[in-house]
Design a protein around this ligand. Structure first.
Ligand code: GSH
Length: 268
């Protein structure tokens, strides 16, 4: 089993947390969307949306985060039960998974990244797409589509309503989570579940953007829950290793330096 993913990607974090929690072995391929690695022809021809994560088991390829997570769950259950009585997620867990996945983190994240970095990365990525298009003319129409999406995203970021809608959606979701965590230790009951696997990267993204006072610490149940789930080995391996304390600067600086050097050298 192969996973194409990146530590920066919120959806990749959800899948990797599932793999760690379920103890499933896999081959890991880092594809950094901020440096445009997702535009390389080997990945782009398999996946013209260029999005990560992508999960491959033999000839079976899955592109949707929730489908990947449920596929991994089925594999883990088959291994542990010998194929009998698969103990799959309850309706409540699946309901939370979809509710959390409905919040699109992209605009929220981009709005909170300082403009200087955002504009530089977006210009760099457009150049990367154009360079890859010239190398693989057979994929030109898919690259064109990606280029149009990049311009469209830049336009949307000029519209304050887009940010307001994303913030309102997040607030509604977190208020519901806060209420639920007042009743149970974890999101879907007293046991850690795939609903929690979906929520952890969202809280980590809020913390990465230094917005924890507004969204986490102002909600006491979520604040306590956040301390609790950060103790899990899966969190430490998938998120903490890259983003806790001083590591955050190192991780971000590495990607930033790559983009700056390539931009100066015009090497896309
Ligand atoms: N269809 C995918 C979307 C995944 C997605 O949005 N991935 C983001 C990172 S979390 C991405 O790869 N963005 C890069 C791009 O759009 O070029 C899913 O639901 O799993």
């Amino acid at each position: 089993m192969q996973l194409y993913h990146h530590p920066f990607s919120l959806n990749s974090q959800k899948v990797r947390l599932t793999l760690e929690e379920k103890g499933i072995d896999y081959t890991s391929h880092h594809v950094n969307p901020l440096t445009g690695k997702n535009m390389d022809a080997f990945f782009f021809s398999m996946n013209p949306s260029a999005k990560v994560p992508v999960f491959q088991n033999g000839s079976h390829i899955i592109y949707d985060t929730i489908e990947i997570i449920q596929y991994i769950e089925r594999i883990a259950e088959k291994v542990s039960s010998g194929g009998n009585n698969l103990n799959l997620s309850s309706r409540e867990v699946i309901g939370w998974m979809h509710k959390i996945q409905e919040w699109d983190s992209m605009y929220f994240t981009l709005f909170h990244v300082p403009e200087k970095y955002r504009l530089c990365v977006s210009k760099f990525l457009r150049r990367v797409i154009i360079a890859r298009m010239a190398e693989s003319p057979d994929l030109a129409s898919a690259y064109h589509c990606k280029l149009r999406q990049a311009y469209d995203t830049d336009d949307k970021l000029k519209n304050a309503d887009v940010l307001r809608r994303s913030e309102n959606h997040l607030v509604r979701l977190l208020d519901e989570v806060e209420l639920k965590l007042g009743e149970t230790s974890y999101l879907a009951g007293e046991e850690f579940s795939l609903a929690d696997v979906m929520l952890i990267p969202l809280l980590a993204r809020i913390e990465l953007l230094n917005l924890e006072n507004e969204y986490i610490n102002s909600r006491p149940n979520i604040a306590d829950y956040w301390v609790l789930v950060k103790q899990r080995p899966s969190y430490k391996k998938v998120i903490g290793k890259y983003f806790d304390g001083w590591r955050r600067r190192k991780t971000l600086l590495k990607t930033w330096c790559f983009i700056r050097v390539r931009s100066v050298l015009r090497k896309y």
